[in-house]
Write a protein that binds this ligand. Structure first.
Ligand SMILES: Nc1ncnc2c1ncn2[C@@H]1O[C@H](COP(=O)(O)OP(=O)(O)OP(=O)(O)O)[C@@H](O)[C@H]1O
Ligand SMILES: [Mg+2]
Length: 250
């Protein structure tokens, strides 16, 4: 079980000529689930991309550290090696590269491995099949090119499977619930929640819907509006958003 913190402190970032994140601060500890809600265009995915170091975004100020490591100075692959995982809102298609190949590369000797993955290295294929079964993901998908022609819900299960195999210290999940049918939502949420106790994974779950939080049980809920965290609280915040929308936070 790892202990640690993902600390986002006064993060300001955007694209050239436009500041999108205007001072975001929040801290996720190992084993905690934090939800981030917020209107369309409030900067939730930008936060996810900036944390992972996606090209095209620039950091204008603030800091991000993971277990004391300054993430913002690292290229994306080293952020992953430090233990950060991103489940993308719109997972990209990678023709010609299978999920097996991509995860084998990610877990190659010099690659990122989460806590608990260090000592023994179970066969990657077996591990993937186990994770696929856990979330009701057809094993046939494992041999297919990454996300190519996968349905929306299959892509999200694909992201969840990667998380289960890579065992990151912290996972940023950008609308992991979008496109999932009710059974898949249950299975995915259960898998993510189990990871918080299995190896102490911390979660930053971006979502629009309370139904994810019903199954994921967040410790903390944040509301992001116009690039700032404007409210932090418990599950009651998500209920307020569900009932009355974001009017109170704009
Ligand atoms: N690479 C980019 N180029 C141009 N504009 C961008 C880029 N990335 C983000 N933006 C703009 O920044 C704002 C925030 O976008 P972002 O995707 O972070 O919102 P979001 O909170 O994730 O919204 P949603 O709930 O719809 O997913 C939007 O107005 C978006 O158009
Ligand atoms: Mg988004």
């Amino acid at each position: 079980m790892s202990t640690g913190e993902l600390i986002i402190d006064d993060l300001r970032a955007g694209i050239p000529g436009q500041e999108i994140l205007r001072g975001v601060s929040l801290t996720v500890r190992s084993g905690e689930v934090h939800a981030v809600m917020g209107p369309n265009g409030s900067g939730k995915s930008t936060l996810a991309h900036v944390l992972m170091g996606r090209p095209g975004y620039e950091v204008l100020g603030g800091s991000v550290s993971l277990d004391g490591i300054d993430l913002l100075s690292l290229p994306t692959w080293q952020r992953a090696r430090a233990g950060l995982f991103l489940g993308m809102q719109h997972p990209i298609e990678v023709p010609g590269v299978s999920l097996v190949a991509s995860l084998s590369a990610a877990r190659a000797p010099a690659a990122p491995v989460g806590p608990g993955a260090g000592a023994e290295r179970p066969d990657i294929g077996a591990r993937m099949e186990e994770e696929a079964d856990r979330i009701g993901f057809d094993r046939k998908m494992l041999r297919r090119a990454l996300n190519v022609d996968l349905s929306g819900g299959e892509r999200k299960r694909n992201e969840t499977l990667q998380l289960g195999v890579l065992r990151p210290r912290f996972a940023v999940l950008d609308e992991i619930d979008s496109g999932l049918d009710v059974d898949a939502l249950e299975a995915v949420a259960r898998r993510v929640e189990a990871a918080t106790t299995e190896w102490g994974m911390g979660v930053l779950a971006i979502t629009h819907f309370h139904r994810l939080l019903d199954v994921l049980h967040p410790d903390v809920v944040h509301v992001l509006s116009a690039g700032k965290v404007v409210a932090t609280g418990g599950d009651e915040l998500a209920e307020i958003v569900d009932r009355t929308g974001y009017a109170a936070y704009r």
